[in-house]
Design a protein around this ligand. Structure first.
Ligand SMILES: *[C@@H]1O[C@H](CO)[C@@H](O)[C@H](O)[C@H]1NC(C)=O
Ligand SMILES: *[C@@H]1O[C@H](CO)[C@@H](O)[C@H](O)[C@H]1NC(C)=O
Length: 450
């Protein structure tokens, strides 16, 4: 079943099946020939073991993250109608989150040297099980799933390299453990701030503070190295469609590159400039593209956020257009993050420890919800799942998972408009059904009605 879901997400890219095969093959080969550079273990307990704490004390702290305030305030009491789950098991601040490509798992990584894997089907329940994988002799601050769901990648803080962990699964597909299979060659000199992998499995990026972005294939072979000249980098990401990657930094523009492969043999060809987002007056701390890269959202220290049309003929020098600029209701003191939904129907924004949700269907973008103090410290990670249903955030030891009602509202408006113009009666009826579904989902979340 998992493979089915994988191929649906990859099939538009035609080569997806073959690539997945190659990816699997590569990992099998690596698995056979590379000895695991570290050990890992699994447990389902909620509390960190003593040895873990001891190890943390002796391990030198990373110099790349600013000192995290002691998490004395336990934010267990946080409640909100849109809150779906608070995931508690990390013993220090969560620094990275990623949903798997079939949305079955959420991975989290924290300063406590562990990656936790949370089955998303438990989110609505009372109990939130997880599988723990310890990152031995180092600390990781970013985590991403491989598109085939067979591995995850972390950025190791001390080594400053990407490490690949392969899952061990039960017959029914449940992840029980993971073990390290490969360390990428060390190519970044300054701290890596972002890592990403294309959904095609064709390339992986590691972006460092000092403007350098290294492209690898899944074996860790370097495909290319790009210098972005943006002062210093704050954020980088691969587009959900798997064609582009982008970076933002001290300069106010966001730069996107297209990664090109030979049509004949699928080999890497070149990285070329695609388009820039120009319009902010200060550094952009985060950006996000929708699933087909036709829309982008950005947030800047100029205290605005913008929505862009990136569906442009960049080969003929057509520039993306800014569709909307929103003034933020709060000044960004520490960090602003933004995430656009896959269908560009909603956007979630975090400013320091506050999260706001916008329904994007109308000209004026309505802030549907403004949630303060959702974390005891600045929110460092904000993501959406592949359907736009959930927004997950991290800013202390806990992970908050919110129902993205703004997306459902955006969907209702979108379908209502489409239903008006639909000529076919069956189509119209199906849309009305979907509208009804979305409405009852909202009702169920807010009132518990079914
Ligand atoms: C997870 O990581 C992949 C690879 O970088 C990325 O394409 C995807 O958008 C991430 N998903 C979420 C929900 O953050
Ligand atoms: C979405 O936001 C617009 C305003 O931008 C509002 O008119 C509309 O009612 C909202 N949609 C829903 C379903 O609440």
């Amino acid at each position: 079943m998992e493979n089915d879901q994988l191929s649906t997400s990859v099939s538009p890219l035609a080569l997806g099946g073959a690539i997945t095969g190659i990816f699997v093959l590569i990992f099998s080969i690596i698995y056979l020939f590379v000895r695991s550079p570290s050990s890992s273990e699994t447990d389902e307990t909620e509390k960190p073991s003593k040895t873990e704490n001891d190890r943390k004390k002796s391990a030198p702290k990373s110099t790349t993250t600013k000192p995290i305030k002691q998490d004395t305030k336990v934010t267990n009491k946080f409640a909100h109608p849109w809150l779906c789950a608070s995931l508690r098991a990390h013993s220090s601040s969560v620094t990275g989150l990623n949903f798997s490509h079939n949305d079955k798992y959420l991975a989290s990584v924290a300063e406590d040297d562990s990656v936790l894997l949370w089955p998303t089907k438990d989110f609505d329940g009372k109990e939130h099980k997880h599988t723990r994988v310890n990152i031995a002799f180092d600390q990781a601050n970013r985590v991403i799933f491989s598109p085939d769901g067979k591995a995850f990648l972390v950025n190791l803080l001390k080594e400053n390299v990407i490490r690949v962990y392969k899952f061990e699964k039960r017959a029914d597909g449940l992840i029980t453990n993971a073990h390290a299979v490969l360390d990428f060659p060390k190519k970044n000199e300054s701290p890596i701030i972002s890592i990403g992998i294309a959904c095609t499995g064709k390339f992986i990026i590691s972006a460092e503070v000092n403007n350098k972005i290294v492209l690898y294939d899944t074996k860790g072979e370097v495909l290319d190295t790009i210098e972005t000249h943006q002062g210093h980098l704050t954020y980088a990401a691969v587009s959900p469609c798997g064609r582009f990657f982008g970076s933002s930094g001290f300069m106010s523009d966001v730069r996107f590159y297209e990664v090109c492969f030979e049509k004949s043999n699928g080999n890497f060809k070149e990285t070329r400039k695609a388009f820039d987002l120009k319009g902010h007056n200060a550094q952009v701390s985060c950006f996000s593209l929708n699933k087909d890269s036709t829309r982008a959202a950005t947030i800047s220290k100029d205290n605005t956020w913008k929505l862009w049309n990136t569906d442009v003929d960049y080969l003929h020098k057509q520039d993306p257009k800014c569709l909307y600029t929103g003034k933020l209701s709060y000044n960004i003191e520490d960090l602003g993050l933004i995430v656009l939904s896959p269908d560009a129907l909603s956007v979630a924004i975090s400013i320091d420890n506050r999260i706001m949700f916008y329904n994007l269907s109308n000209e004026e973008k309505k802030c549907e919800q403004d949630i303060e103090n959702s974390h005891s410290d600045t929110i460092r990670v904000l993501i959406m799942d592949g359907t736009g249903r959930y927004v997950a955030s991290a800013g202390d030891r806990q992970i908050r998972v919110f129902h993205n009602i703004a997306e459902l509202k955006g969907l209702i408006d979108d379908l209502t408009e489409k239903a008006h113009t639909a000529k076919q009666l069956t189509l119209k009826e199906r849309m009305e059904e979907q509208i009804h579904d979305a409405m009852s989902k909202i009702d169920k979340i807010l009132n518990g009605a079914s």
